[in-house]
Every structure is written in C-alpha cells, then in structure tokens.
Ligand binder design. Structure first.
Ligand SMILES: C[S@@+](CC[C@H](N)C(=O)[O-])C[C@H]1O[C@@H](n2cnc3c(N)ncnc32)[C@H](O)[C@@H]1O
Length: 275
C-alpha cells in the first residue's frame, strides 16, 4: 500500500470523533499481560480463518508506542501475528507509518474498521477511547466493532489511569451465531496505589461509569465490594495484595461470580464473570 492510501479511509468515512491522543510507554502492559494469561490461544490459533487474523489496536493515540509494545509482547508467542493500529486522526497515522512493516499496519479509520478485502480480526483492544464519548455512543460502537471479529474472538475495551497502574475493562466475546456477549468485567491493579475499591469506580468503562446509582447492578456490585473490603480490612496488615484477595473471597461469598484463582488475585486482577 502506498503511504497516501493508508491516510485515506480504506472504505468509508471513519465513524467516531477525534479525541485527545494522550498515551504513555507501557501504559497498557498489564492489559497485554492479562490477555496473555486469560487466553493465549487468541493470539496463536490458526484454525478456520484465524491463521492470518489481525490483532487490532483501536485508537492508539498520538504515537503508536503501545501498539509496538504489544507487538513485541504478543510476537514472543506468535512471531507471525499481524497487527493493525487504527486511528481516526490523520496526523497520528502519519506519525505511525514509519513503524509499519510487512506484518504491522497503521491505517486511518474508526469504529468501521479499515480492513482490506479478506482480512479478519481475532482480537480488538480499545483502551481510553470510548471514555471520551457519550454513553449513547457506546452500544453502536460495540455493535459495529463486534461485527468484524471472528466467532470465538474477543474485544477488550476499557479505561486506565495515565500510567496504567489501574484499569477496568469489558471483555466482549463474539459468538458462533454472530452475536456478541459481555463475558467479563475485569479490574486490574498493580497495587502501587494500594487497594481502594472507590478508585475503580472512577475508571469504569463508558457503559457503566454513569450507572453507579441505586437500582443499577454495577451500584450493587460496588456496594458489595466495598462491604467485602471493610469486612476483610484486617488482611491489610499483610499488604494490599492480600487484602484484595481476601475481599474477592468475601465478594464471592456474597454471591458474585468472581474468579478466585490465585493466578488472577495475586497479580491484581479481579474478574467478574457475567452470565
Ligand atoms: C487517549 S488516546 C488512547 C491511546 C492509547 N490507546 C492508550 O490507552 O494510551 C485515544 C485515541 O483514540 C482515538 N480515537 C477516538 N475515537 C476513535 C475511533 N472511533 N476510531 C479510531 N480512533 C479513535 C483518538 O484520536 C485518540 O488518539
């Protein structure tokens, strides 16, 4: 592809709106590490149409550092993985093009992904993108993006703080019948900020952040998590990590389907599995 053609949307006008492009080195490292632990086969599978399927990083920001960092991490597992960085801002595509190669692409696009004929998608990561939209834009964006994902593929969409030390994300699965479902709501902390349930409220994905009000399921979840944290506060003496794990156990006892495997809790991931 010639440089000029990367800067024209591959098909139609990009859907969405340009937003602030702030990013930071290694901001999304824990998102990548989560994917590597949650479902490494997402990156390696070659069945059906997955052989050449892309990992899409939607809205990589003013430069493609997080896309390139993910490329390095994911290609340790699958050296042939094809990666597409998508930006709605022309200058940001231009900034990224010097880093393109035969398996790393950068294109101008929006929620209507700029795919070439025959291309398919195994995984979409969209981080700190929808937070700058309105809540009403959330569902159409998900519908549009999910359309491109192969059955069995995943989208992880969420919000982090500036350095990625805490984040929250939806994991949405594309189903065999072409529909998609919310599989999990994932909370992540590297414990640098200690453990404070309320911190997670401030970085909820767009579909939830305005919904922490009585009568909403996410409100009940946070109330239960706060009570669980209060009830297990003695564990704080052993550190934030232990407290986080103890609170998760208590949350599960309250009937929430949280994954209690040590590999998640000890590393600061709380996975609320949705039905
Ligand atoms: C805050 S930056 C996030 C950068 C990086 N993902 C991160 O988390 O550090 C958000 C970027 O998303 C881009 N963006 C917003 N809406 C978009 C859309 N519909 N399609 C593609 N990019 C979009 C903006 O242009 C901006 O550069």
């Amino acid at each position: 592809m010639k440089k000029s053609s990367h800067l024209q949307a591959v098909s139609k006008k990009p859907e969405g709106q340009p937003t602030r492009g702030k990013t930071a080195s290694n901001r999304l490292r824990r998102v990548d590490n989560f994917i590597l632990l949650y479902e490494p086969s997402l990156l390696t599978r070659t069945d059906d149409r997955f052989a050449d399927a892309l990992f899409v990083d939607l809205g990589y920001g003013f430069d493609p550092r997080t896309t390139l960092e993910s490329a390095a991490r994911f290609r340790r597992l699958n050296p042939n993985l094809k990666i597409l960085g998508v930006e709605i801002d022309k200058e940001r595509v231009e900034a990224a093009l010097p880093f393109a190669d035969e398996k790393t692409f950068f294109r101008l696009g929006g929620f209507n992904l700029p795919l070439l004929e025959g291309e398919s998608v195994r995984l979409i990561r969209a981080f700190n993108v929808l937070r700058q939209y309105e809540e009403k834009d959330f569902a159409p964006a998900y519908e549009r993006l999910a359309h491109y994902i192969l059955p069995g593929g995943l989208m992880i969409e969420g919000t982090s703080n500036p350095f990625g030390s805490i984040w929250a994300a939806n994991a949405a699965r594309k189903m065999e019948d072409g529909s998609w479902k919310m599989e999990a709501l994932v909370f992540s902390t590297n414990f640098r900020l200690g453990f404070d349930v309320e911190e997670f409220q401030t970085i909820l994905p767009k579909n939830l952040i305005h919904r922490v009000v009585p009568g909403e399921a996410i409100y009940d979840f946070f109330e239960a998590w706060k009570r669980a944290a209060a009830e297990t506060a003695a564990a704080k003496a052993y550190g934030a990590r232990q407290w986080f794990g103890a609170a998760a156990q208590s949350l599960a006892r309250r009937g929430y389907k949280v994954n209690l495997q040590k590999k998640w809790l000890s590393k600061g991931w709380l996975i609320w599995e949705r039905d």
